[in-house]
Design a protein around this ligand. Structure first.
Ligand code: NAP
Length: 306
């Protein structure tokens, strides 16, 4: 099978930390170009805009690691140029943009892959299997991290369209929507937005999975131990997924993984979607966030500086 000539867009934290090593270790891809206003990858041809990269390089595919609210126009341009496209989570800032990209990809007959890296953790994959034949009684999600530690200086994250605490929180929702046997519905939400910022720094969600109550507490101001936990009570005992999906406790066993294969798996999946001529665009996590913004109450919190 021919290797895919790939362009990578938005050379920041996640591109350097996960995408570049995962692409380099995957024999289905050749990273031949990057597009970033400031960032570069050593030894790879660097462009400042996606448009220049597309015009000048002989690409098969483009992978986007820019913030969600600046992804739509360049992603659409890549699709319309006949290139396969992979998107970091969340796939775009709005649902209508994702749907437009999906339609454009269908028309252009290229692959669109809206990736959700947290779904690829060992624990999430095993949790999904375990829950498949259980009756869910209730579930609670706690996703509490220190924004200063994980997103230092990323002012875009608290701007409108930056998702605020939903940037990590949507990872929890991506796992929950993948492992719970029934769709999640949003009942109410409460958000706190720091004075002068455009996106929430904390959020409390009340949802349901069928008739089972599901709560989620998202907090960006967590100091001390960082918490990324999903606990599900079922008719056959409690399942608990901790460390963002890397540790799974079931009534009869516990598993933990030392190696993180989330991003290598995403690129394996992207290559296989291209091979099959298929797309994978699941908007469930983004739809829940959008619902929270539609239904949620908003409070103004104290100003926040990094
Ligand atoms: P980041 O460190 O800020 O990197 C994003 C890059 O995009 C920037 O370095 C910047 O490079 C480019 N960019 C283009 N337009 C931009 C704009 N208007 N504002 C800011 N940057 C712009 O962010 P990141 O943490 O890598 O996150 C990027 C995406 O990956 C987000 O969707 C995030 O949810 C996702 N993600 C992040 C993590 C994580 O732990 N950080 C984990 C998983 C997924 P130039 O200045 O060179 O253009």
């Amino acid at each position: 099978v021919a290797r895919l000539r790939l362009g990578l867009v938005g050379i920041g934290t996640i591109a350097r930390g996960q995408h570049v090593p995962s692409i380099m270790s995957n024999n289905r891809f050749d990273l031949i170009a990057t597009a970033s206003r400031h960032g570069e990858v050593e030894g790879i041809k660097a462009y400042r805009t996606v448009e220049d990269m597309i015009a000048d390089s002989d690409l098969d595919a483009v992978s986007f690691c820019t913030p969600p609210d600046v992804r739509f126009d360049p992603a659409l341009a890549a699709i319309n140029a006949g290139l396969h496209v992979m998107l970091e989570k969340p796939p775009a800032a709005t649902l209508t943009q994702v749907e437009a990209l999906r339609t454009a990809a269908e028309l252009a007959q290229v692959t669109l892959f809206a990736s959700w890296h947290s779904r690829e953790s060992e624990g999430a994959r095993a949790a999904r299997k375990w829950l498949a034949d259980k009756q869910v009684l209730s579930a609670s999600i706690a996703w509490k991290e220190d924004v200063r530690l994980w997103h230092p200086g990323q002012n875009w994250i608290l701007a409108p369209g930056g998702f605020g605490v939903f940037d990590p929180g949507i990872n929890a929702l991506s796992i929950a929507t993948a492992i719970l046997p029934l769709p999640l519905t949003m009942s109410s939400a409460r958000m706190v937005i720091p004075e002068g910022r455009g996106s929430p720094i904390s959020a409390n969600l009340t949802m349901a999975c069928g008739t089972a109550p599901v709560s989620a507490d998202f907090d960006f101001l967590q100091t001390g131990p960082q918490i990324w936990t999903i606990e599900v009570q079922t008719d056959q005992g409690t399942m608990s997924l901790t460390h963002g999906g890397n540790t799974l406790s079931l009534p009869d066993r516990s598993t933990g993984t030392a190696t993180d294969r989330e991003y290598p798996r995403l690129y394996e999946r992207f290559a296989s979607l291209v091979e099959q001529g298929a797309s994978d665009v699941d908007v469930q996590p983004l739809r829940l966030v959008a619902d929270a913004f539609v239904i949620g109450s908003r409070e103004t919190g104290p100003p926040f500086e990094f």
